[in-house]
Write a protein that binds this ligand. Structure first.
Ligand SMILES: Cc1cc2nc3c(=O)[nH]c(=O)nc-3n(C[C@H](O)[C@H](O)[C@H](O)COP(=O)(O)O)c2cc1C
Ligand code: SF4
Length: 1428
């Protein structure tokens, strides 16, 4: 059995916490397999992993110090160094550090003097015994014990069963009784044994070791001895061995002493091991790369024998691999020792270790931390000087370079040398010997010595002048210091481990040094693990500490929250003349975690105020400015509201002091009256309620169905004379139910995969916890449950458990807790004929019966539920109460009905879904922010000032800004209008922005088509002035306002949204068939624009498992001239306005109207409104729906560059500063930026003289990179999480990760450059037009997608559902063989979508109505059976 396995098993059994340090990927922890296979043990420790390159000391110090902690790692110098830095604190923990080594003790022996105990195990059996001993010792002494063992060793050994180990560790072990204390001494008594030679503290430690060793010996029935001797008692030579003494060689006249306890190694024990006959001692240590002259054990032995009168010669040597050593080798060693001319000659026994670890190997910089390094490199380039850079390791050694003291010392030294240079330059200036040119250069340098660029160039010029002219001693002195001419940006980079002990980590010295040095401290404790640490071992708030010094620049930043703020802080820190501390947040547990997780953790921490973003610049104070800037928007908003309120009251009182009293008294009066009124009202209500039992209705609902049912139940209860109360499950503590006298009706829908909806999760948690405790607190509760779900949402038979799970769970748990069901569980199923109403209609009457009100006659008509149609009609042409809502500071949200109306103004209310749960747990409202969709572009500044700094090109070739908080909404829209764009009708039940093909190469045609689109758009725009009134304070900036009258829409507007697109063959980049109305440009024989084919009835949105909904590709119905185009659009839109289904929004799009009326009838109606028939459609050919990336030249000689912007997200991120790059181009570019419907961007109409310049900027910001696979270039994803309220799964953040994996398959099969259109959306709404892709994934629940196959390459054919639920492993399993087959079997030019049909994977979809037919694969591939 391998030593590493037995050590892992012991550590697992006896520890409370296990910290396992990970090796560099792809290697995995050798301990981990045992940890995972031991999970059935009686004890299960908490396991923490430390990523490779992470700081193990920081992780260990975070653990509460109760119970035993075991740390497991394979020795590497970086880990040892980090432990060493905190050895003082670690020593006081009940901690065993099990360190596996292979063939060198050099690193671990560094710990020898730093910890109380260090044990070495040479064999696997010893490793087992010492692991037990070390654990016992650490637990009883509450001290750190280092246990070093040889990982490679394995032999058959006797292991102690778990039960015995546990009773030994935790029982009252009086095991030592039958063990002979002398068994610890197998040395040779030479009359000097005794503790008088030993240091008392070390003796004390040794006593404890002895006790533990005795009790362990009793358990394992083997002696555990600190120095194991073998060989003759009267030997003349003693060989001490520190290392892998796994041989059993015996040599005459030689005694071998193997060291098992390296610390504390008492002189008395050493002497005991040396017989008085000995005249030569050879100390062999298994250390390959010791950098000092004397090795530690050698020194111990030399100092111990000072106590003897006759002192043998002590020689030192290196121990190699003993397995291969024979008696002859030992004899040779003895000869070598005898013939050595100097006692300091180094001897060697056994061949040197095969894989010596090299100290010159630099420390590993974890992947995530590289993002900050890149920023520094990017900003400072050759000026950057990292004083503890890994690159210095080779010259300065690992231990030195990784300590802050070293770095600070280095900075100090360099600054001193620079000061020397400055004084030498000044001296030379004063001397009359220098020529005038040199004199001028020197004086310029003195003036500009702190200027990053000038100091460099002037320095170079001075060096050149001095090199050629002067050889005076002063000049030589200057030349010797020439490296210090440039003003460098000096940085020390460290981890948050430095914040535990500011003094000993050296941080305090750096802060107090007054030197111009910048310190970057990376904190990687994830927000979600923030409370797992020992409260007594809290990190110090370095920021606060540094700010208290008054003359230190301090910033707290997080690259995944605000990149711009990081840049700002780093630049300010560099400029600040004094110490600067930048605290950078980068939460990650292991190097493998995705950037997405780091992003989520960062967001949680920043939003909750755990990691506030701020900058403190004392130099601003001197300039009379505020030195502190708070950069966290969330906190800023809360603070602002608080200050506003305070400010308002204090101003009022200050301006009219008498008002204070009046205010208070009149307020009191009003309150009294109001109370009286309320009391009267509740008395009346009480009288009514006395007659009827009360009903409490609790609900949990995600998209509103359950909420609607619950509200209706309440209203119906009221009209039956009941006192009803309505609340969400989460707002009702379980304890209040225990005391409730009411009958409680609970209504819950199902979300995710059988999970409760968001606003019921806490309640479910409390319920489960109470059940787990076996309590019955609800014995008074009388309840009825109605669950709502969809039996086809997860159609696979093995997923049947998810159907209506929360409803079923609720009923069973309440019963377990003692509750009495008064009505049997009711279940509503979306698949029933009347949806969930079918089940509900059976359940509700039973409840009325129990309540005794079933016979009550209802006189009043039930109020009609409020729909979007009501909201539109009552809105006074889209005004609603938006204006009032904007002025309400008590919430970050708008009223629910107003959020429907703001959509017409291009504004969606959203909330950050990554942090929804966290905020709910904190009892605060969701982090509301708004998304603004623009009708056309120019917008980076608006994103920075009002939004979250990023913006997104949408699949409708426009911009969206995310994260605009309510207070910023109006200014943002006003800014948008200033650049002559607007957001009106960017969403809502109206015609949306009209999109058209990008066609860079045909300038004239593009101009014509673009004008055509603009005409249609302005023809169909809503005419209400509400937009200008609400957002622009009635100030008209662009366009004309017309009186409130909607000639096209009327007060009800359209039943649903209406989308128009114009495509120019052969490119179908707008996916013309996905639109309600599409135009296909037709050219005549002369190449002039003749007109357009008209296609109608395209649309993407679907509801999962609702077969009344389906995607549809548009049908071509004829041809019109350019002049007729906008009237055709009007006629189609008005036909839809008057015939669309307004009763059911899920069935309201034009596609359903056409299928209901019939295409011919609809067309006839359109032609009737036009007054003329459309001409027959003309031939055309499409060949792609993706963009043509790269450069193109238009007929007018101007150039165009189509950039690849993955999923349209424009932001600055490490290594990809796209936003900055585009801004730089915008400064001189005279043409346009065009957006494509595939979410990419064209820098268009670049005049020839600007081409070079644009190329340079594109290259500088890597925006010209098109070296991606065909798959990635053809991919597209919608936004989804965290902002889209409808998202059910990740999309924009996940598709690139999935593509990383799928493109590998393509590359392996030679398909690197083959375009396959792959799309993903977070929900079936289909914003990224997934139903027209060759392969698509549509989100169902986190990590679960519907998979579709068989779409047409140029958007001409819908795809079809292939699997109703797939997760990533299933996707990869499906695609792997499919892609391979495609590569082998495809015909020349055959597209993937067409091939999947030919290969029999999927049936072709010929029309939207047949979308569900034959879904789930074909023939041998058919697995998913569509429910009938
Ligand atoms: C994302 C999502 C996941 C769902 N998961 C399930 C499920 O696991 N089991 C089930 O029975 N119904 C499931 N459903 C169906 C809903 O529970 C059902 O449509 C219900 O009427 C929605 O009610 P609500 O609007 O109150 O949330 C799911 C619906 C959605 C949108
Ligand atoms: S497809 Fe769904 S998840 Fe994606 S952006 Fe559109 S609505 Fe949101």
């Amino acid at each position: 059995m391998a030593a590493v396995d037995v050590v892992a098993r012991v550590a697992y059994t006896v520890s409370d916490y296990l910290v396992d340090s990970q090796p560099q990927s792809p290697a995995t922890s050798p301990f981990a397999p045992i940890f995972s296979s031991s999970q059935s043990s009686r004890r299960r420790p908490n396991i923490v992993t430390v990523p490779h390159g992470g700081d193990p000391a920081a992780s260990l110090l975070r653990i509460p110090s109760t119970g035993l902690i075991s740390f497991t790692a394979s020795s590497n110098s970086q880990t040892i160094t980090r432990l060493l830095l905190h050895s003082a604190e670690l020593s006081a923990l009940p901690l065993v550090l099990h360190i596996a080594i292979h063939d060198d003790l050099s690193d671990v022996l560094l710990l020898r003097a730093a910890v109380p105990y260090l044990l070495i195990s040479a064999t696997a059996q010893q490793a087992h015994d010492n692991a037990l001993l070390a654990s016992k010792l650490a637990r009883t002494r509450k001290n750190a014990v280092v246990h070093v063992f040889y990982a490679g060793h394995s032999d058959s050994l006797s292991e102690i069963p778990e039960d015995s180990v546990l009773s030994y560790m935790f029982g009252d072990s009086k095991l030592t009784d039958d063990v002979d204390e002398n068994s610890l001494e197998n040395g040779h008594s030479n009359g000097l044994a005794g503790t008088s030679l030993d240091d008392p503290a070390a003796s004390d430690l040794f006593r404890a070791y002895k006790e533990a060793a005795l009790s362990t010996s009793a358990l394992v029935k083997r002696p555990l001895i600190p120095l194991i001797s073998r060989g003759a008692d009267d030997a003349e030579t003693v060989i001490f061995i520190l290392g892998n003494d796994n041989s059993n060689i015996a040599v005459d006249n030689v005694r071998f002493v193997s060291v098992s306890l390296a610390t504390p190694l008492l002189p008395s024990r050493i002497l005991n091991a040396i017989p008085s006959s000995a005249n030569r001692i050879i100390v062999l240590e298994h250390i390959a790369t010791w950098s000092m002259k004397w090795t530690p054990l050698y020194l111990d032995i030399v100092s111990a024998i000072q106590h003897r009168e006759e002192r043998p010669i002590v020689q030192s040597g290196t121990l190699g691999d003993l397995i291969q050593v024979t008696e002859v080798d030992v004899q040779k060693l003895l000869e070598q020792a005898a013939s050595a001319t100097s006692p300091f000659t180094r001897l060697q026994l056994g061949p040197p270790s095969s894989s010596e670890q090299s100290l010159s190997q630099g420390p590993h910089v974890p992947k995530h931390e590289l993002s900050y390094m890149k920023i520094l490199q990017h900003l400072f380039k050759e000026r950057l000087d990292i004083s503890n850079s890994p690159s210095l390791v080779a010259s300065q050694g690992q231990i030195a370079t990784t300590t802050p003291e070293f770095a600070l010392g280095r900075v100090r030294g360099q600054l001193d040398q620079r000061a020397e240079l400055i004084s030498a330059v000044q001296e030379l200036l004063q001397s009359s010997s220098s020529d005038s040119e040199l004199h001028s250069l020197l004086s310029k340098w003195i003036l500009a010595k702190d200027d990053p660029a000038k100091s460099h160039t002037l320095g170079d010029a001075i060096v050149k002048a001095l090199d050629s002219s002067s050889d005076s001693p002063l000049a030589k002195r200057i030349l010797a210091l020439k490296a210090h001419f440039p003003a460098l940006s000096r940085w020390i980079i460290g981890s948050d481990a430095w914040s535990y002990d500011l003094g000993s980590s050296g941080l305090h010295h750096a802060i107090a040094s007054g030197l111009n040095v910048n310190i970057l401290i990376l904190d990687n404790l994830p927000y979600t693990s923030r409370n797992t640490g020992d409260p007594n071992r809290r990190k110090h708030d370095v920021g606060l500490y540094a700010m208290n010094h008054g003359d230190v620049y301090v910033a707290s930043v997080a690259v995944y929250s605000s990149y711009a703020q990081v840049l700002q802080a780093i630049i300010e820190a560099d400029r600040f003349n004094g110490p600067s501390v930048v605290l950078a947040y980068l939460p990650y547990q292991s190097e493998d975690v995705s950037a997405l997780d780091v992003l989520k953790e960062t967001k949680l921490a920043v939003d909750a105020g755990y990691w506030p973003l701020y900058r403190w610049d004392p130099s601003k104070e001197a300039a009379g400015k505020e030195p502190f800037s708070l950069d966290s928007d969330a906190i800023k908003n809360d603070l602002q509201q608080f200050l506003d309120r305070q400010n308002h009251l204090s101003q009022l009182v200050r301006s009219k002091p008498q008002m204070a009293a009046e205010l208070v008294s009149s307020l009191g009066q009003t309150v009294k009256e109001e109370r009286k009124r309320k009391a009267q009202q509740s008395y009346n209500e009480l009288l009514i309620a006395l007659d009827a039992p009360p009903l409490l209705v609790l609900y949990a609902s995600d998209s509103g169905n359950a909420e609607k049912v619950a509200k209706r139940l309440c209203n119906r209860g009221k009209s039956r004379g009941l006192t009803t109360t309505l609340a969400t499950l989460d707002s009702t503590p379980l304890e209040s139910l225990a005391q409730s006298e009411d009958i409680v009706a609970l209504i819950t829908s199902t979300a995710g995969q059988g999970e409760p909806p968001q606003n019921g999760r806490q309640f479910f948690k409390a319920l489960n916890a109470a059940v787990a405790r076996g309590e019955t607190p609800l014995s008074n509760l009388r309840y009825a449950v109605f669950g709502m779900g969809d039996s086809h949402y997860w159609p696979r038979p093995e997923d049947a458990q998810y159907y209506n799970k929360p409803g079923k769970d609720l009923a069973s748990r309440l019963e377990k807790l003692g509750g009495q069901p008064v009505v049997p569980l009711g279940l509503g199923d979306d698949q029933d004929a009347d949806g969930y109403e079918t089940g509900y209609k059976l359940w509700e009457p039973l409840l009325w019966k129990v309540l005794g009100v079933d016979a009550v006659e209802i006189l009043e008509a039930e109020p009609e539920p409020i729909t979007n149609e009501h909201i539109k009609a009552a809105s006074n042409y889209l005004r609603g109460t938006i204006l009032e809502g904007l002025n309400d500071n008590s919430t970050g949200a708008l009223a629910p009905s107003d959020t429907q109306l703001t959509k017409f103004h291009g504004i969606y209310q959203q909330d950050d879904r990554d942090i929804r749960d966290e905020r709910q747990a904190q009892g605060i409202e969701p982090a509301y922010a708004f998304m603004i969709r623009v009708r056309m572009p120019e917008m980076d500044q608006i994103a920075d000032e009002h939004g979250n700094g990023t913006f997104k090109i949408t699949t409708r070739a426009t911009f969206q800004f995310h994260g605009v908080i309510k207070r910023h909404l109006k200014p943002a829209i006003q800014d948008i209008n200033k650049v002559l764009l607007d957001t009106l009708a960017a969403c809502g039940d109206v015609n949306r922005n009209v999109i058209c093909s990008a066609i860079p190469s045909k300038s004239k045609l593009h101009a014509q088509v673009h004008k055509y689109c603009a005409d249609i758009s302005s023809h169909l725009i809503p005419r209400t002035t509400a937009y200008h009134e609400i957002w622009l304070d009635k100030k008209m900036i662009a366009g004309d306002a017309v009186k409130d009258f909607e000639p096209l829409y009327g007060e009800f507007y359209l039943p649903r949204k209406f989308k128009v697109a114009v495509a120019v063959p052969p490119t179908n980049d707008v996916d013309v068939f996905a639109n309600d109305l599409g135009y296909i440009a037709i050219m005549d024989e002369k190449g002039e624009l003749a007109g357009f084919n008209v296609a109608i009835g395209g649309g993407m949105g679907v509801t999962h498992a609702n077969k009344k909904t389906y995607p549809r590709a548009g049908d071509v119905i004829g041809f019109c001239t350019p002049e007729q185009g906008k009237f055709v659009a009007e006629a189609v839109m008005l036909t839809q306005r008057d015939n669309g289904n307004r009763a059911d929004r899920k069935n309201a799009r034009l596609k359903y109207t056409i299928d209901r009326m019939g295409l011919d009838v609809f067309k006839a109606e359109v032609e009737k409104r036009l007054g003329y028939p459309l001409q027959p459609a003309r031939p055309y050919t499409f060949d792609r729906n993706i963009d043509d990336f790269g450069w193109a030249v238009g007929e007018n000689g101007n150039h165009h560059f189509t950039m690849f912007i993955e999923n349209g997200r424009i932001q600055d991120e490490p290594g990809k500063d796209f936003k900055t790059g585009l801004r730089e181009i915008a400064k001189f570019h005279t043409g346009q930026f065009r957006l494509t419907a595939n979410q990419h961007l064209i820098v268009s109409e670049i005049v020839p003289e600007n081409v070079e310049r644009v190329k340079n900027v594109l290259a500088k910001y890597k925006m010209d990179n098109l070296n991606f696979t065909g798959l990635r270039l053809s991919s597209s994803a919608c936004v989804a999480f965290p902002t889209c309220g409808l998202a059910m799964a990740e999309s924009e953040r996940y598709l690139p990760i999935l593509i990383d994996k799928v493109e590998k398959m393509c590359e392996e099969n030679g398909l690197r450059n083959d375009s396959i259109v792959m799309r993903m959306t977070g929900c079936p709404n289909g914003c990224a037009r997934p139903y027209l892709a060759e392969v698509a994934f549509v989100g169902k629940a986190p990590g679960s997608y519907v998979m579709l196959l068989g779409g047409g390459y140029y958007g001409q054919r819908l795809n079809k559902i292939y699997r109703e639920t797939v997760s990533e492993p299933e996707i990869l399993d499906i695609l792997q063989p499919m892609i391979k087959r495609y590569a082998l079997e495809r015909h020349e030019g055959e597209r993937f979508g067409d091939w999947t049909i030919r290969a029999g994977y999927i049936a072709p979809t010929t029309s939207g109505k047949e979308w569900y037919d034959r879904m789930g694969g074909e023939g041998q591939f058919r697995e998913t059976v569509a429910a009938s």
